[in-house]
Write a protein that binds this ligand. Sequence first.
Ligand SMILES: [Zn+2]
Length: 210
Amino acid sequence: MTQRAYYTSDELTLSTHVVRCTPMEDGRFRVELAETLFHPQGGGQLADQGTIAGIRVEDVLNVEGDVAHVVGQAVPVGSVEIAISAEVRALHARLHSAGHLIANVGQNVGWLPTKGHHWPGECRVVFERQNGSEPLTAEGLEAAVNALIERDMPRQLIDQQGVRSVCFGDLPMHGCGGTHVASTGVVGPIKVLKLKEKKGQLSVHYDVAR
Ligand SMILES: [Zn+2]
């Protein structure tokens, strides 16, 4: 099983080992690493981009609980250097962390966060209306989230037997396998683009500054 180094590390390069390189039906190769910094697609977040032995990684997938790195040419088994695209990682971590803060603010006024989707250009957090959910406006939500961002609260990670939780400052902990900014200030000001409520499901669409 590949060790997910990105759970505990923000490093963008790593020396590790190729454990296996298996041809796939579509002519590409599936690389299994001893340790990886690549966040696979899942949990509402797109995969990291980058290289293994200088070869571009085309997809990173969760397959049967393990991380599969898909590349266009075979990589020899043995020692290898991997590198993550800093720009893509930074954007994904900012969008994903903003999602946590929106969920926190909504929860504070009685909304239950149920889903997050943090793909660039289509970010949203979905809440379920509860008894006692207070009215929300795009402006009010945006201001409350931006206030948390301005406080620049540090990220805390807890890993208990492979179950990883994250929180910012004194906000509540959430189980999460994604990549996050080191402190909320790194997110930069967010924009709440629209709120849409349908059958008790409130979608908050948002973006970060580019
Ligand atoms: Zn997260």
